[in-house]
Design a protein around this ligand. Structure first.
Ligand code: GDP
Ligand code: MN
Ligand code: MN
Length: 252
């Protein structure tokens, strides 16, 4: 397989047609997977915002105050308010704000970015990343599958990596259950989150800084002859780590 960045993309503005921009630069093939950083999806959808748009309510003020106590740095309660408004549930409110966003993705600060955002304070995640992916997918000449990615931290490990937050035109996962390993044993549990793996690979090409390469084409990778599934985000029922966090207290 091969991965390459779509060249010569400008600063993305509200209303830009990302599918057309990709099609202009790359002769796409139907089985290419187009991975798009959520940053540019958000910019094209006008998801920029300013702190002034989020007058802080009592909960946001309380969260900001306790984060300030912990870090010793000044925290803007309007940022906490933006995070709350972008979220359906607060998973942890200290020592950082970890929330579930409207699409089901759990991330620090609801995935709101403060870097690579000219002229505004904040860039919110796309409201419905899979719908965004669907729109781009349908706009591409060969209807190639699309994965919308974001850089995200993970529990248990240092470092951030690219993850999928939306997708269209392909299943989220490759289901290996029922297939056999090299010893002929039937696989019982392995469902491979291929969109996260593609997102991680694409993020290797994009990087995190001023590279200006937010869209990456994955070529000559095949989903193969496997069952697929579209499960990505765990439900609370069956998410034991998240259940355990419900009774957890921050101790410093
Ligand atoms: P995120 O991981 O989706 O939050 O996006 P990042 O802020 O990490 O940016 C990913 C890549 O896209 C980096 O290489 C940035 O330089 C690039 N990038 C961000 N915004 C733009 C843009 O408007 N135009 C172009 N050409 N590149 C951008
Ligand atoms: Mn981001
Ligand atoms: Mn990133």
């Amino acid at each position: 397989m091969e991965l390459f960045a779509v060249p010569d993309l400008p600063e993305i503005r509200e209303g830009d047609d990302l599918a057309a921009m990709v099609a202009e630069q790359v002769d796409l093939r139907p089985d290419d997977v187009v991975c798009v950083a959520s940053t540019v999806v958000s910019k094209s959808e006008g998801r920029t915002a300013d702190l002034a748009d989020f007058p802080a309510g009592p909960r946001a003020k309380e969260i900001a105050r306790s984060l300030e106590d912990i870090s010793g740095d000044e925290k803007d309660p309007r940022f906490a308010q933006a995070v709350l408004e972008e979220s359906t549930e607060v998973v942890m409110d200290k020592p950082f704000i970890l929330t579930e966003t409207h699409c089901g993705h759990v991330g620090v600060n609801a995935g709101i970015d403060r870097s690579n955002v000219p002229d505004h304070d904040l860039l919110l995640l796309p409201k419905r990343p899979s719908q965004s992916a669907e729109r781009i997918h349908e706009g591409l000449p060969e209807s190639s599958p699309v994965v919308v990615t974001d850089t995200s931290g993970r529990p248990f490990r240092h470092g951030q990596r690219g993850m999928a937050i939306g997708w269209a035109g392909m299943p989220a996962s490759r289901d290996w259950r029922g297939e056999t390993d090299r010893d002929g044993h039937e696989l019982q549990v392995t469902v491979q989150s291929v969109i996260d793996e593609l997102a991680g690979a694409a993020n290797l090409v994009s990087g995190e800084g001023d590279g200006g390469e937010p869209i990456v084409v994955v070529r000559d990778w095949e989903f193969g002859d496997h069952e697929g599934s579209n499960n990505l985000f765990r439900e609370m029922h069956g998410d034991f780590v998240r259940q355990a966090l419900r009774g957890w207290e921050y101790e410093g």
